[in-house]
Design a protein around this ligand. Structure first.
Ligand code: 9MG
Length: 275
């Protein structure tokens, strides 16, 4: 799977790609409310693109543990103007949402990828995406963002994540979404303890059995804070290290806040690997 089909785009995965995170949520845990209106969100996103982001992931509802739900119309009014502005500028735009109504509005506005932490399990989500031609990231999560970190339990976390993703890939194929449009993601921090996250990173190669591009996101997450003792805005170096370890184990798309640092790390990796 060396090319991802995302609307009219054909994204080569021979080298790892960077997905820059664009939050439009006023309660966003990492932007501290900077991206409160469409213009500043677009400006921030274009800076990420200039720093080396290949894809911009626009989200209007926080998925951090305990985050409040956002009504569908509010989420649409946050993301659509930003997506329109970025698509107009020729960016490859992804929408981070689990709601089919938001997916439809975002795709209409120019998004070419859906990043769904619920892996298109909401009623109507598969149908919202199937005919669009958009790429889809299917992520694993145990529970729901409101409660997922309370007591996550697995027999074998790697096996269970793999089985879940296999099932969702099958559901996409049945719904008419071809594998050329799919990515899979173990969902670091989504219903997982530090030990679960470490096991997934250590054994990430197991997910290559799915024969689909792997997307990972660990940027600023609590697993990095637990390992380094650092606050959320001081986890950049740990994040680069963790994402690079994922690349070594086969990850092909890295969802990060700090694009420039990741781009520099990948420049070294690409040079050494000769890619
Ligand atoms: C929205 N979001 C937050 N964390 C994420 C992760 O690790 N992967 C994906 N695909 N989306 C995420």
């Amino acid at each position: 799977m060396s090319v991802l089909h995302a609307g009219p785009h054909r994204l080569s995965l021979l080298k790892p790609l960077i997905m820059g995170i664009v939050n439009t949520t006023p309660d966003s845990f990492s932007d501290g409310g900077r991206c409160q209106d469409a213009r500043s969100a677009i400006q921030h996103a274009l800076q990420l693109r200039d720093e080396g982001a290949d894809i911009l992931d626009v989200g209007g509802e926080s998925t951090r543990p305990g985050a409040e739900r956002v009504p569908v119309n509010e989420e649409i009014s946050r993301v659509v103007p930003v997506i329109e502005g970025l698509a107009y500028q020729g960016c490859v735009v992804s929408v981070d949402t689990k709601k089919p109504e938001v997916m439809r509005a975002a795709l209409e506005a120019g998004a070419v990828m859906v990043n769904d932490v619920m892996a298109l399990q909401a009623p109507g989500a598969l149908e919202a995406v199937a005919k669009s031609g958009a790429a889809v990231c299917l992520m694993h999560m145990q529970g729901e963002p409101q409660t997922m970190q309370q007591a996550p339990v697995y027999g074998n976390v790697v096996d269970e994540v793999l089985q879940f993703l296999q099932g969702r890939v099958r559901a996409c194929e049945v719904a008419g979404i071809p594998r050329t449009r799919l990515l899979v993601d173990p969902g670091f921090g989504f219903g997982k303890t530090l030990q679960h996250n470490l096991a997934l990173l250590r054994h990430l190669e197991r997910l290559l059995e799915l024969d689909l591009p792997l997307l990972v996101g660990m940027s600023r997450k609590s697993m990095l804070g637990q390992l380094t003792g650092r606050e959320i805005d001081q986890r950049e170096f740990a994040g680069v290290a963790a994402h690079l370890m994922a690349v070594v184990r086969g990850a092909r798309v890295l969802r990060v806040h700090q694009v420039a640092a990741m781009r520099d790390a990948l420049a070294i990796w690409n040079a050494v690997e000769g890619t």
